[in-house]
Write a protein that binds this ligand. Structure first.
Ligand code: NAD
Length: 455
């Protein structure tokens, strides 16, 4: 009998396992595929690996003004794919050895919750076994959503998981969905020289983030040759003259966009199908597992965390929820606040946001001040030839406390954590001024903003 059985070895699952082992729980982790989950195998890590090469390629290709001249520069997709797989393998091994050091039992197979304290595992050899535990944590993650549009099963129409393994650079790519995945792939493939068209149903791209990001990114990508169609709804995809033709409606007109490949990136849904028996009676809502504030489901002793419970589908949120769930299992208070969540888009420049935006504050009737800093005078931004870079810090008008921040600049994804900390600690711009930042850095722009805007 284990103290805890964890289903799923992604960021929520392996983080919960490390935390449980740290807390002295006899823990087992069940994984049906490879350790690491979406983040490591078909999300964050492979995307950022490909983006790293694409960015280097674009910089060198456009490097003449900074004294870089390269003849015959080209991207070898086979080598890049092999490198990406090597990165994934290295990180997967790291998780495996950490689990082994933590004395977590790794069970390979497909798990199904049979009831409180009981998990049935189907093994690769066809056998099945029941494992028992005082507590169960479901961390089964998510999978790409599908939309009911004709032609999406044609060869060459892919989701992001398949696209990441694509060994060729398409001449033309149509991306359905202008969310985070859509924009990162648009940046990636346009940097590699692909003619990219984006079809987004809502009036703007990155609709969950501040509208300044959408406006600026649209201009930057347009300059790179990306065509973005918003308020555009996909009607069907057909194969014609060796191309995949996407029919969509925009401003009451029916239009077409042709691609050699089509990427469908219209969101992700919890991967909870076949995860529990009917009798187990775990409550769900459109596939997401319903949990209370301690991550416990309606079944006593059965917990869930990460993409499986819906909400914000990010690896760092999954990790935080997993740690809080293990704390609840151990009868301790949650150590991590999950109401302040940084979110990042790995375009160039990077985009990062945390807390409230000016528009959200307005809608909520909260009086705030918006402090802006355009990075045109920031040395590192100028010398590295960054485009349209800016910071915005939102403070509460009454208390002066920082309640939000939006950044579009190089290293924004590394800088946003500090602002998340400021929000959680109730800091003001005056308190940001107190600490010296090094020069020249992208980060010193935050100090400049605070110096200019303090009370
Ligand atoms: P998303 O929800 O961010 O974007 C999906 C987009 O598709 C939306 O803008 C939506 O309006 C659009 N859409 C939906 N149906 C459509 C249709 N029929 N035609 C045209 N457009 C349509 O989802 P995603 O980009 O697929 O990403 C999935 C999840 O993965 C998100 O939660 C995202 O935050 C996460 N993710 C995070 C990162 C990161 O942190 N950098 C990177 C990639 C993905």
């Amino acid at each position: 009998m284990y103290d805890l059985i964890i289903i799923g070895g992604g960021p929520a699952g392996y983080t919960a396992a490390f935390e449980a082992a740290r807390s002295g729980l006899n823990t087992a982790l069940i994984e049906k595929g490879t350790l690491g989950g979406t983040c490591l195998h078909s999300g964050c890590i492979p995307t950022k690996t490909l983006l790293h090469t694409a960015e280097l390629y674009r910089e060198v290709k456009n490097g003449a003004p900074v004294g870089l001249e390269a003849d015959g520069l080209r991207v070898n997709m086979n080598t890049l794919q092999a490198y990406k797989n090597e990165v994934i393998a290295k990180l997967t091994d790291g998780i495996r050895s950490q689990l082994s050091r933590a004395k977590v039992t790794l069970i390979e197979g497909t798990a199904r919750v049979a009831g409180s304290g009981r998990v049935e595992v189907q093994k690769a050899d066809g056998s099945s076994e029941i494992f028992e535990a005082k507590n169960i944590l479901i961390a089964c993650g998510s999978e790409p959503s599908r939309i009911p549009v004709e032609g999406l099963d044609l060869p060459g129409v892919m989701n992001s998981t398949a696209m990441l393994d694509c060994g060729t650079i398409p001449g033309r790519l149509v991306i359905i969905g202008g969310g985070v995945i859509g924009m990162e792939f648009a940046a990636l493939y346009s940097s590699l020289g692909t003619q990219v068209t984006v079809i987004e149903a809502l009036p703007r791209i990155l609709s969950n983030l501040d509208k300044d990001f959408a406006q600026n990114l649209k201009l930057i990508l347009k300059k790179q040759g990306v065509e973005i169609h918003t308020s555009a709804s996909l009607k069907k995809v057909e194969q014609r003259d060796g191309a995949l033709v996407c029919h969509y409606e925009e401003k009451d007109a029916t239009r077409e966009a042709a691609g050699d490949l089509v990427l469908v990136a219209v969101g992700r849904r919890p991967a909870t199908k076949d995860l529990f028996s009917e009798e187990a009676g775990i409550r769900t809502e459109r596939g997401r597992i319903l949990v209370n504030e301690t991550y416990e489901t309606n079944l006593p002793g059965v917990y869930a965390a990460g993409d499986a419970i819906g909400g914000i589908q990010l690896a760092h949120v999954a990790e935080a929820e997993a740690i809080n769930a293990v704390a609840a299992i151990c009868g301790k208070p949650a150590p991590i606040r999950t109401d302040t969540v940084p979110s990042c888009v790995y375009t160039s420049p990077e985009i990062a946001s945390v807390g409230i935006t000016a528009d959200e504050a307005k809608q909520a009737g909260q009086k705030v001040k918006v402090h802006r800093y355009v990075m045109a005078a920031n040395g590192k931004t100028v010398l590295t030839r960054q485009e349209r870079s800016f910071l915005k810090v939102i403070t509460d008008e009454e208390t002066g406390k920082i309640v939000g921040a939006q950044m579009m600049c190089a290293r924004a994804t590394d800088m946003i954590g500090e602002l998340a900390d400021c929000i959680n600690e109730g800091r003001t711009l005056d308190s940001l001024v107190k600490t010296i930042r090094p020069h020249p850095t992208f980060n010193e722009s935050l100090w400049e903003l605070a110096k200019n805007e303090r009370a």
